[in-house]
Design a protein around this ligand. Structure first.
Ligand code: HEM
Length: 317
């Protein structure tokens, strides 16, 4: 593992590296995201907090049974071609959220998730190493540099890339931890689990945009549904806050369902809707204090995501 750096230095170096990478990748005046760059689609739905959740989990948006309007962005991490193996991303924004937020606009709560339970790197220092390697067009060097190899990262990067037939059938994880309750001392990870009455069994219109086509076909038949669940940290050693590459064992601490997300049939794939989705941005710190992001990895994400979104939007004006 690389030596610990001051947070401010990490943020400055990440911002520079990410800005260089994404401006270099701009196509037709659109600067893409550094991660989860291919927009599959943004969909509107509802996020219903259950009324029977255990009392100790009733904090922040989960403190009472309530239905929030939700916006979900589905994306591919690296590939423009939906038929290829990849890590998928799911970003959720709830609105009508009451109370002060830690960053961003009042009234909104974001959740940012990936389709694998661990991040490929353990620390923000390792993530910076990856950004710099990507900037130098030497991604493989980051993993295989004999003086500082990242073989576990290579293994996770390999395992986490999978073929999928429809994002509505994919399970997602936050990979990094969050508070549950401002002063409760509870630490949780999030997971979003598919639970629709319908599953895509073969590629819908096979090709570059087959995931978008599959979502459309699914919604024309049935609503899409997911459960939202939290996993409580029960052992700080085997469930660390400061190593995003460690999967917290579900046999030791199972995920508990606290809400259901439902998406009804809707138009989400016209050029205007896709452009709006592309221009959207999320931030793990767009949240209530009861859901504060924890750990150094999350700490850098506040300013790094904001800076990256500003670079994208500045270039699209
Ligand atoms: C130090 C750690 C990390 C850094 C520096 C980083 C960096 C970034 C950046 C720059 C973006 C694009 C933001 C924008 O342009 O609006 C992004 C997006 C994203 N990242 Fe990360 N990331 C980190 C950790 C993570 C982790 C732990 C996850 C796990 C779920 C994750 C999942 C995502 C997803 C799903 C998106 C797409 C967000 C959207 O829909 O706008 N990232 N990341």
């Amino acid at each position: 593992m690389d030596q610990e750096m001051p947070i401010d230095d990490l943020i400055t170096e990440m911002n520079q590296g990410i800005a260089a990478v994404i401006t270099n990748e701009a196509e037709d005046g659109v600067v893409p995201r550094f991660n989860q760059a291919k927009t599959i689609g943004c969909l509107r739905g509802e996020f219903r907090v259950h009324d029977d959740i255990p009392p100790e989990l009733k904090h922040g948006i989960f403190s009472e049974a309530k239905t929030y309007p939700a916006m979900l962005r589905f994306a591919n991490a690296t590939s423009r071609d939906d038929a290829e193996k990849d890590v998928r991303g799911l970003s959720i924004r709830l609105s009508d959220v009451e109370g002060p937020v830690l960053w961003g606009e009042p009234g909104f709560q974001d959740f940012i998730l990936n389709s694998y339970p661990a991040l490929f790197v353990a620390t923000p220092e390792d993530f910076l190493g990856f950004i710099l390697a990507r900037q130098a067009n030497q991604r493989l060097w980051f993993f295989l540099n004999p003086f500082n190899p990242h073989l576990k990262a290579l293994w996770i990067a390999f395992k986490s890339r999978q073929n999928h037939l429809c994002p509505f059938d994919v399970r997602f994880w936050s990979t990094t931890p969050y508070k549950l309750g401002e002063n409760s001392g509870q630490v949780v990870k999030y997971s979003v689990l598919p639970c629709s009455d319908y599953q895509t069994l073969q590629a819908e219109k096979p090709g570059r945009n087959q995931l978008r086509a599959a979502m459309k076909a699914h919604l024309q038949r049935y609503p899409a549904k997911f459960h939202f669940a939290v996993q409580t940290q029960t052992d700080p050693h085997s469930m660390p806050i400061e190593d995003a590459s460690v999967i917290w064992d579900e046999a030791v601490s199972p995920f508990r369902i606290v809400a259901t997300i439902t998406l009804e049939n809707q138009d989400f794939d016209d050029p205007e809707a896709l452009a709006e989705c592309e221009a959207s941005s999320f931030n793990p710190w767009q949240c209530l204090a009861a859901h504060e992001p924890l750990g150094r990895m999350n700490q850098v994400r506040r300013l790094v995501y904001a800076h990256a979104a500003a670079v994208r939007n500045r270039n699209q004006e």
